[in-house]
Design a protein around this ligand. Structure first.
Ligand SMILES: [Zn+2]
Length: 490
C-alpha cells in the first residue's frame, strides 16, 4: 500500500477516536492484552501513574527467568538485604508490616521495578525515602522509580502494608490448602515453598535472588517471635518505636547468610526455648512446648551428632546456629526453613528431623536454579536421611537398593520434568533417592563425597543447575556422567 494512503487512513482513525473519546479505551485494552494491568477490581494504585510510566516494564522484567515458574521473581535489580518489621497476633491470619529492601540495579535505564506480592493493603511505597507511585496486579507490586537508575546503582525500597492474603492454592502443590500465613490455635507461622513468600511480604520470590535478612517482630506480651538466624534482641514489655506500649514483646532475629525467600520464616506463639550444642560446638536452639518435650528430646537425641556427621561429609555446617520450631498444622508437614526448621508437633521423628537438616546443604546453602530440578533437593535430603539411618550397616542399604537401581521406576513423568502439581510427589523423592545412590555407586565413595564438598564450596550461598552439578561431579569422578543423568532424568 502506498505510504501516503496509509498515513491518511491512520490520521482518519486517530481523528475518529479523538472525536468519540475512545483513546482511553484503546489504551486500557492494549495494557490488558500486554499483561501490564489487571482489571480495576484487582488493582490497587498509589499516586496514580501516568499511562507512559505504567507501561515501561518489559514483560521479561516480571520474571526471574525460570521457565518452569515464569510468573515468579523479577529482574532488573538484585536484592541484598530485607528488613521485615512485623506486628503479629498469634491465631490471627493477618499482619501489619513494613519491609525495607536494599537493592542494586542490574541494568541500565531502570525506571520501574516489580516485586512479587499477593493480597494485603499497601499503604505507602517509598524509594530512597521519598514516596513513589505504584500500582498492583494480582501478583505484582509495580513501582515507578524517581528517574532512570544505572547498573550497580544502589537504592532502597520501603513498603508499608497490612491485612491478609487470599487463601489461594499454589499450583505447585496440593497438600496445603494455601501458602503464606497460617494461623492455628494461638499460633501464627508461615508456609512458603515454593511460591508462598509473596503471600506474606513483598519480595523477589525466586531462589535466584538470595539476600540476608533482619526480622523485627512485635508480639503480644507473653508470646515469642521467632525467625531465621540468631536472636539478637528480646525486649519483654515494650517495642522500641512504641515506648508507650506496655503490652508487647519485641524480638529481633538476624540472618547474615544469603537466603532464598521461600526459606524465610516467622512463628509467633508461647514457646519454651531449649538450648544445647553439637559435640563440635554448633549452637542448637529449639522452640517447643512442654507437652511435646519428651517426644522432642527422644527424637532429637542424636541431632548434634548428625549435624557434625553431615559437616564432615559435605563441608562445615553453612550457618551459625541450627534448630527446630514446632508448629500445629492441620496436616503433618515439616519445612527446611533456613537454620530454623518448622516441624509439625505430630511429625517429630528422627528421620524427619535429619531429612530437614540435610536440606541445610541441599536446597538452602545451594538452592535450585530452576524449581523443575526438585529431585536434587528431595532426592538428596531423603538419601542423606537413609545414609544416617544405615550409617552402621552400609551394606544393608546397598543390598536394599541393589535391584531398584537396576530398573529405575518409570512413573508417569520424567524425573527431570515434573508437571507442576506433582512437584512434591513421592515419586520425585523416591526416584531422586535411587538416582543419588546409583551416582554414589558409580563414582565410589571417595569421589562422590569429594564432589559434593566441591559443589558446596563452588555454589554455596547461590543457586546451581543440574548441568552445574553434573560438571562438578564429573570433575571429581574423572569420567562422563552424561548417560547416567539421562538414564534417571529423562
Ligand atoms: Zn525435603
Amino acid at each position: 500500500m502506498n505510504l501516503k494512503i496509509l498515513l491518511k487512513i491512520l490520521r482518519r482513525i486517530l481523528y475518529m477516536l479523538k472525536k468519540w473519546k475512545l483513546y482511553w479505551i484503546v489504551t486500557v485494552i492494549f495494557m490488558l492484552l500486554s499483561g501490564c494491568v489487571t482489571p480495576p477490581s484487582q488493582t490497587q494504585t498509589g499516586s496514580m501513574p501516568d499511562a507512559v510510566s505504567s507501561a515501561i516494564l518489559h514483560p521479561q522484567n516480571l520474571s526471574a527467568g525460570d521457565r518452569y515458574t515464569p510468573e515468579l521473581g523479577n529482574s532488573g535489580y538484585d536484592i541484598q538485604h530485607y528488613i521485615l518489621k512485623l506486628d503479629l497476633i498469634p491465631g490471627r491470619r493477618s499482619l501489619n508490616g513494613e519491609v525495607t529492601i536494599a537493592a542494586v540495579a542490574t541494568m541500565e535505564e531502570l525506571k520501574q521495578i516489580s516485586l512479587d506480592f499477593i493480597g494485603f493493603d499497601v499503604q505507602t511505597v517509598a524509594i530512597d525515602g521519598l514516596p513513589a507511585p505504584f500500582f498492583r496486579n494480582k501478583t505484582k507490586l509495580i513501582i515507578n522509580l524517581p528517574g532512570s537508575f544505572s547498573t550497580n546503582q544502589a537504592f532502597q525500597i520501603a513498603v508499608q502494608y497490612r491485612g491478609a492474603p487470599p487463601k489461594d492454592r499454589s499450583k505447585y502443590q496440593d497438600y496445603l490448602d494455601y501458602l503464606g500465613l497460617q494461623a492455628t490455635g494461638d499460633l501464627l507461622y508461615v508456609a512458603s515453598e515454593p511460591d508462598g513468600a509473596r503471600n506474606w511480604f513483598p519480595c523477589n520470590d525466586h531462589p535466584r535472588d538470595k539476600a540476608t535478612f533482619r526480622f523485627e517482630l512485635t508480639v503480644p506480651e507473653g508470646y515469642t517471635g521467632i525467625a531465621n538466624g540468631a536472636l539478637s534482641e528480646a525486649r519483654i514489655g515494650s517495642t522500641p518505636d512504641r515506648p508507650e506500649s506496655k503490652t508487647t514483646d519485641f524480638f529481633v532475629w538476624e540472618h547474615r547468610f544469603p537466603m532464598a525467600t521461600y526459606l524465610a520464616t516467622i512463628a509467633a506463639g508461647k514457646y519454651v526455648r531449649l538450648e544445647t550444642v553439637s559435640p563440635k560446638g554448633v549452637l542448637l536452639r529449639h522452640y517447643i512446648w512442654d507437652k511435646y518435650r519428651k517426644d522432642f528430646e527422644t527424637n532429637s537425641a542424636s541431632i548434634g551428632e548428625a549435624l557434625d556427621w553431615m559437616s564432615e561429609k559435605f563441608g562445615a555446617y553453612p550457618f551459625e546456629e541450627f534448630g527446630y520450631t514446632l508448629i500445629k498444622a492441620k496436616k503433618k508437614w515439616a519445612l527446611e526453613t533456613q537454620a530454623n526448621v518448622l516441624v509439625d508437633r505430630e511429625f517429630i521423628r528422627e528421620k524427619v528431623l535429619v531429612h530437614e537438616m540435610a536440606h541445610m546443604w541441599f536446597g538452602d546453602w545451594v538452592s535450585l536454579d530452576s524449581w523443575q530440578e526438585m529431585w536434587r533437593n528431595e532426592g538428596f535430603a531423603t538419601y542423606v536421611q537413609l545414609l544416617w539411618e544405615y550409617r552402621d550397616k552400609p551394606a544393608a542399604l546397598d543390598k536394599e537398593m541393589e535391584t531398584e537401581i537396576k530398573y529405575p521406576p518409570k512413573g508417569f513423568f520424567p524425573l527431570g520434568e515434573p508437571p507442576h502439581k506433582y512437584l512434591f510427589d513421592r515419586f520425585v523423592y523416591n526416584k531422586g533417592t535411587l538416582f543419588v545412590h546409583d551416582l554414589r555407586k558409580t563414582m565410589g565413595d571417595e569421589a562422590f563425597f569429594r564432589g559434593l564438598r566441591l559443589y558446596f564450596k563452588r555454589f554455596g550461598g547461590r543457586t546451581a543447575t543440574d548441568a552445574d552439578f553434573r560438571i562438578v561431579m564429573e570433575e571429581a569422578a574423572g569420567i562422563s556422567l552424561e548417560d547416567l543423568f539421562k538414564k534417571w532424568l529423562k
